[in-house]
Design a protein around this ligand. Structure first.
Ligand code: CA
Length: 244
């Protein structure tokens, strides 16, 4: 699934949008219009399916129906906001007429915008554009670079100097996660949450194992280690890497 996704994301520099809507016709209509605007679109028709996808890789924006089989849109939004990795992920909630009284609840769990069905597609498109503009630009950047290290989210390639660094999928996500926030120290449990995803029951020492693998792949000989261990706190991407 990761591979399929990276291929889809690799087709352009387009922001990716996850449409979660159990009414197939509406979901199709939205994805058709979003793709016409140049976005990369994925769809889910069940709440639990949406959660699996979101745990795997966060898109740049989510359009989330309120009433869904599996897990409700409201609950998904609440869980997205509880996770460090998706706290600022832009969310537009959709709801049927008659559920407008729930608007306050939707906004209280952290939806960025709220649209009542039936809505005009051009209006929704305008809101998507506005939200993406407001979102942090590094979410949309395709490349993360520091010093001689370069990570390409489209091709999932990492290069150091002239050579290619071969990373497993977990090490790739770990590096991507750390590079997105240089200097910031993450505890092991924050990394498990942000990199491995919600509701995983994994020993925190697993993080150490993967950090070890990442370091081994990144640095050869006397090359400087870009990952900093902060005793008693966790790990960070060294913000001075490539600068001193
Ligand atoms: Ca629905």
């Amino acid at each position: 699934m990761n591979d399929q996704r990276s291929v889809a994301r690799g087709s352009s520099a387009a922001p990716s949008i996850l449409v979660v809507e159990d009414e197939s016709a509406l979901g199709l209509l939205l994805s058709y219009n979003l793709e016409a605007e140049g976005y990369t679109v994925e769809r889910a028709e069940r709440g639990d399916e949406a959660e699996l996808r979101l745990a795997e890789r966060a898109p740049d924006l989510v359009i989330l129906d309120w009433m869904l089989p599996g897990v409700s849109g409201l609950e998904i939004c609440r869980r997205l906001r509880a996770r460090e990795a998706t706290r600022s992920l832009p969310v537009i909630m959709l709801t049927a007429r008659g559920e407008e009284g729930e608007r306050v609840r939707g906004l209280s769990v952290g939806a960025d915008d709220y649209v009542v069905k039936p809505f005009s597609v051009p209006e929704l498109m305008a809101r998507v554009r506005a939200l993406l503009r407001r979102a942090r630009p590094e979410r949309i950047a395709n490349r993360l670079a520091a010093g001689d290290l370069d990570l390409d989210r489209e091709t999932h390639r990492v290069r150091r100097g002239g050579r290619e660094v071969h990373l497993g999928p977990t090490e790739f996500r770990l590096l991507e996660y750390l590079m997105e926030r240089p200097g910031r120290v993450f505890s092991r449990s924050q990394l498990l949450d942000g990199v491995w995803g919600l509701s995983v029951e994994i020993d925190e020492r697993t993080v150490d194992v993967h950090v070890g693998r990442l370091r081994k792949a990144l640095s050869r000989g006397r090359e400087r280690d870009p990952v900093r261990t902060v005793r008693g706190a966790g790990y960070a991407f060294d913000e001075t890497f490539g600068k001193v």
